[in-house]
Design a protein around this ligand. Structure first.
Ligand SMILES: [Zn+2]
Length: 145
């Protein structure tokens, strides 16, 4: 038996303990009963940030803004990666305009920017959009496949 994974709920920020062998069974949040693992990106906000970067499943954050053309072009690629890596990595979108304080805290200088977190710490960062295969390769390089 391996230790359960700690995974924050994308809906209520509750921290769940989920056995690794249950990851494929659409685990439900102990607090709000919604699904803990999504196959689509969820919206990250300033208020959720501290809770959502925690846990044993990596969190990939796509920092974007509504006025940014390359960000919009990249959105479908990010969504495809989220669908392919459900249960292995969590995918969130951070609207830099709506969350200026958090964007400042993360020292965002250009968008789109991708920031990978694990166990509450930033482990990698990529500036600019990537094609799907390169994005998957970049994640593989950080142990996510
Ligand atoms: Zn929940």
């Amino acid at each position: 038996m391996t230790d359960p994974l700690l995974i924050p709920c994308p809906h209520c920020n509750g921290l769940n303990r989920i056995p690794a062998q249950r990851l494929g069974d659409a685990p439900k949040c102990g607090r709000c009963k919604a699904g803990v693992l999504l196959s689509t990106p969820f919206d990250l906000t300033q208020g959720d940030y501290a809770s959502q970067i925690k846990g044993d499943l990596p969190l990939l954050v796509d920092v974007w803004a509504d006025w940014c053309g390359p960000c919009k072009s990249f959105a479908p690629t990010f969504a495809q990666a989220a669908a392919q890596l459900s249960g292995k990595c969590r995918f969130a979108k951070l609207d830099s305009e709506a969350n200026p304080q958090l964007s400042g805290q993360l020292a965002i200088r250009s968008i789109p920017s991708l920031i990978l977190f694990k166990n509450g710490r930033e482990v990698a960062r990529q500036s600019g959009a990537l094609p799907l295969q390169q994005l998957l390769g970049w994640l593989r390089g950080h142990g996510i496949a």
